[in-house]
Design a protein around this ligand. Structure first.
Ligand code: ADP
Ligand code: MG
Length: 392
């Protein structure tokens, strides 16, 4: 163990006496923007019959007990201790714990065992889930591996979405996948929110006809038409419109177009787009697939695949405008099959997609659908032939 890690672990044990009595810290296993995660061994009795846990429940003012409908019989004695940084606001920490509690009965979601607080620091205790680093396997996945991986991921998401919750940060490091068990669990509900929490009207909520009408008379369009020279370097330089406020939380490269376009009525479909990016990464064998520095670049990257025309359509849908003079963005775009063949360097060989891969690409098209209304839901994805009629 690294010296600074050892120091941090010691500090944690000193601050949280309740933790050092129950767990032996082993190592740091993750470090993100909002937390540090340690692997630890549970000492002595299991939490189930731990009277002290009641104190914890009183502390957080909510049940933290682990009575799950599907207790995992071979739950290991290892846990993951997620130390949430104090920079996270208290309401945000509570939000994460509450959502984890609400979702505790799904076998595809890593449940919360208990939580500890010391001053403004909070440590969430989760069962340790064995998994490999995505970077170690994304090039090796066979079609059947894809099936198991996404079956698990969609099952978890279907449960989250049924509860009306948007995860908001779907990406490989937040889906821990165990190859030997062919099972994965969703983690990290730090950005998750209930759909509709901060909704403002967005054009996309209206009918197509209404949208067209409203869009053509919108300030944005008229403003742009009156000042064509506004468009230089790919996007408006002096955009005088009041900036729109919308939740943009998530990770670069995994944000759905409607998030990039600041749609103010985002839905669970934003998670589906992110799953699409993971599938594209695995099929194309490139990680990260999208590597933009900011939201504008991200739009350009997506536009390079789908073409300018479709991007303009989707921008208009959310009451926004997309314009670019960047040469790599064609008018029409490419099929996802082409993109996958190109990304996996099989474009110039005669190596066409085999049937299983073609099924996966067909599913991909339903996930990376620019229009969130047409994009598949997690339930619909689970009914796709890629899962229901698997061909090698
Ligand atoms: P952050 O908000 O910092 O991203 P996460 O909950 O995503 O926190 O955890 C960060 C990393 O810690 C994960 O990517 C994973 O590698 C590891 N991790 C988190 N929870 C567990 C767990 N239950 N079992 C094993 N590893 C975990
Ligand atoms: Mg994370």
């Amino acid at each position: 163990v690294d010296e600074t890690v050892a120091e941090d672990m010691q500090k944690l044990e000193e601050n949280f006496t309740g933790i050092s009595e129950k767990y032996r810290l082993i190592n740091r296993i993750g470090e993100g923007t909002f937390s540090t995660v340690y692997k630890a061994e549970q000492l002595g009795l299991s939490l189930e019959d731990d009277a002290e846990n009641q104190n914890q429940e009183a502390e957080f003012g909510m049940p933290l007990t682990r009575k799950r409908k599907h207790p995992d019989p071979n739950r290991s004695r290892f846990v993951a201790l997620k130390k949430i940084y104090v920079t996270s606001s208290p309401s945000r920490i509570l939000n994460e714990l509450e959502l984890l509690y609400e979702l505790r009965n799904c076998p595809h979601i890593c449940p919360l065992l208990t939580a500890f607080r010391h001053l403004d620091q909070v440590v969430a205790v989760l069962p340790y889930f064995r998994h490999l680093d995505f970077r170690l396997y994304y090039r090796e996945f066979l079609t059947n591996d894809l099936r198991h991986y996404f079956l698990s991921l969609f099952s978890g998401l279907a449960y989250v979405h049924k509860a009306g919750i948007i995860h908001r940060d779907i990406k490989p490091t937040n889906f821990l996948y165990d190859h030997s068990k062919k099972q994965g669990v969703l983690v990290d509900f730090g950005l998750a929110e209930r759909q509709g929490t901060d909704w403002q009207p967005c054009l996309c909520q209206r009918t197509k006809e209404e949208r067209r009408e409203r869009f053509l008379t919108s300030y944005a369009v008229q403003h742009l038409q009156s000042q064509p020279d506004l468009l230089s370097g790919g996007y408006p330089k002096n955009d005088a419109r009041p900036s729109r406020r919308a939740n943009r939380a998530g990770t670069r490269g995994f944000r759905a177009p409607e998030v990039l376009l600041k749609c103010t009525a985002q839905t669970t479909k934003i998670d589906i787009w992110s799953v699409g990016v993971i599938l594209l990464t695995l099929l194309g064998r490139r990680f990260p697939f999208f590597n933009s520095a900011d939201d504008i670049d991200a739009m350009i990257e997506i536009a390079s695949i789908f073409g300018k025309k479709k991007m303009q359509g989707v921008a208009a849908m959310h009451g926004s405008v997309f314009e670019t003079n960047i040469e790599t963005v064609g008018e029409k775009g490419f099929t996802l099959e082409k993109i996958v063949l190109w990304a996996s360097c099989r474009e110039k060989t005669d190596d066409a997609l085999h049937i299983g891969e073609a099924q996966a690409v067909n599913l991909l098209a339903g996930l990376l659908e620019l229009d969130p209304h047409k994009r598949l839901s997690a339930r619909q994805a689970l009914e796709h032939e890629f899962f229901t009629n698997p061909i090698e």
